[in-house]
Design a protein around this ligand. Structure first.
Ligand SMILES: *Cc1c(COP(=O)(O)O)cnc(C)c1O
Length: 504
């Protein structure tokens, strides 16, 4: 094991290229010089008109606007400098737990750029877009197989949107049988979008306390389920990475009382191609395609949250669905009288669906299984290497992610936020912190399958070095980051009072 060179230095000796120097350079607005041009207009090829003819004086400025005047060189350098400040999966490990920040294969982009996909319009007549309809139909068939379920809607454009779609289907099914019920049960380890979606669909939330393994205790569930409960929303494996090994029994308890089992499928990467949610008794599940099926998802950018349903909910899926005729042609079917209706204008985030299907097809069933196996292996490698240096709050076996806490470091007054900030000095994006909420000072690490052994080792060595620094030089960790363009920001104020406009 090699020791990273930064251990004995407060200064910028990070192995990676953090574009530190450029933070002190003037902004593009400050580079403005009268008369600089970044473009040239072609010669006028229409009859010249006077300004008075074109725009009455009353609508015109008295003075020329105080615009930024810069050259092409200035602009290129400005944006290139900014691009170097971005941290991305293309630059290194991005272990943001629960987010599945895996490599996005470039073949996905190539296929998504195919003109027939990229330039088509959702209002084109069916006969012109048979290929696109076939793509939607094929991705539904593929997800049906992965889920082990009879129907999948592709309309939702995010995991949270899928949750809302799923709960609205449960609501409609229950309402149709005479009682829409009042409550959704949600374990205390759940992602915040679960209660938000259930509340948005009109339900009240009842929290289920996890047991000492971090999973749902059957007796707790049994005591909580009654004829007022519409569904349990559970994440499998849960946000600690622990598989709910009693999921089948949980389904039975719910079904016996006429309630539904909703699965938050954000963690599908840990069992895709190995186990099928439909076989677990799950009635409805969303998959974050942008997580498991490798489409870029930094900065909240376009996603897809298809929802699979069991036979009980098939009638309620959003319209239109894509169907295949006897003669092999495809059409949009609006004839679903019990449908919850549309969840989205048009057909979901089509370009994300193209990327996801490309990924599924390039992996194939065997490759898909391998994804899950390697994702679990990588997470457990990190777990094994770090467990003597960081506290493991739940000792149950974990799948594709591992949650540590700052319990050992708090003795030196070093906390999770400090550890995360210090990791940036070592050139790593920090893991998810302070989530799940049932772990005090959580550090939730998900390496994904796409990381090579060397990268995992470099990350573990940085984490071990930080654990040592926390004992020997805690102030160094508490005052991190030292090498980034900006230090610790007031995140709350940045969100509430963002400065979105440049003013001289
Ligand atoms: C990411 C995530 C969500 C929300 O998904 P979005 O696609 O961001 O809306 C919900 N639950 C869990 C466990 C997640 O990790």
């Amino acid at each position: 094991m090699t020791t990273p060179s930064i251990t004995n230095s407060d200064e910028a000796t990070t192995q990676r290229d953090v574009a530190q120097k450029s933070s002190t350079e003037p902004l593009i607005f400050e580079r403005s010089k009268r008369g600089r041009r970044g473009y040239q207009l072609p010669p006028l090829d229409v009859p010249e008109q006077s300004l008075d003819e074109l725009l009455p004086a009353s609508l015109r400025r008295d003075e020329i606007a105080d615009e930024v005047e810069v050259s092409e060189v200035d602009v290129i350098r400005h944006f290139t400098r900014l691009s170097k400040l971005n941290v991305s999966i293309d630059a290194g490990l991005y272990p943001l737990g629960s987010c599945t920040m895996k490599h996005n294969p470039r073949i996905n982009e190539e296929i998504a750029r195919t003109p027939g996909f990229a330039l088509s319009h959702p209002l084109q007549p069916e006969h012109q877009v048979q290929g696109n309809l076939e793509l939607l139909w094929t991705i539904e068939q593929t997800l049906k197989e992965i889920f082990g379920m009879p129907r999948v809607t592709l309309q939702p454009v995010a995991g949270a949107h899928g949750e809302l779609t799923g709960i609205l289907m449960v609501h409609k099914a229950l309402a149709k049988s005479g009682n829409a019920r009042k409550y959704i049960l949600i374990p205390d380890s759940a992602h915040g979008t679960n209660p938000a979606s259930a509340a948005f669909a009109g339900y009240e939330i009842r929290e289920l306390k996890s047991n000492s393994r971090g999973t749902v205790e059957l007796s707790t569930l049994e005591a909580a389920v009654n004829e007022d409960v519409a569904a349990l929303m559970v994440t499998v494996p849960n946000t600690l990475g622990v598989f709910e090994s009693e999921i089948r029994a949980m389904a039975d308890i719910l079904h016996a009382k006429g309630a539904y089992l909703y699965c938050d499928g954000a963690n599908l990467n840990s069992f895709v191609g190995i186990a099928r949610p439909g076989d677990m008794g799950i009635d409805v599940i969303h998959s974050n395609l942008h997580k498991t099926f490798s489409t870029p998802h930094g900065g909240g950018g376009p996603g897809a949250g298809p929802v699979g349903v069991s036979a009980k909910l098939v009638d309620f899926v959003p319209t239109p669905t894509v169907e295949r005729r006897e003669d092999g042609t495809f059409y949009l079917d609006f004839n679903h009288p019990d449908s919850i209706g549309r969840m989205r204008a048009f057909h979901g985030n089509f370009n994300v669906l193209v990327r996801a299907l490309t990924y599924m097809r390039s992996m194939g069933p065997t490759g898909m299984r391998r994804i899950a196996q390697l994702a679990v292996l990588n997470a457990n490698y990190i777990r094994a290497r770090l467990r003597n240096h960081y506290h493991l709050p739940y000792d149950a076996p974990t799948l594709h992610e591992v949650v540590f806490s700052d319990k050992l470091q708090t003795a030196h007054d070093v906390h999770t936020l400090d550890i995360a900030k210090r990791l940036m000095d070592y050139g790593f994006h920090p893991p998810t912190i302070y989530f799940p909420l049932i772990v005090s000072g959580a550090l939730m690490i998900e390496p994904t399958e796409s990381e090579p052994r060397e990268e995992l080792d470099a990350f573990c060595e940085a984490m071990i070095a930080i654990a040592r620094e926390s004992e020997e030089r805690p102030e160094l960790v508490r005052s991190a980051p030292h090498t980034t363009p900006v230090r610790r920001l007031d995140e709350a104020r940045a969100a509430r009072q963002p400065i979105l406009r440049w003013k001289r």
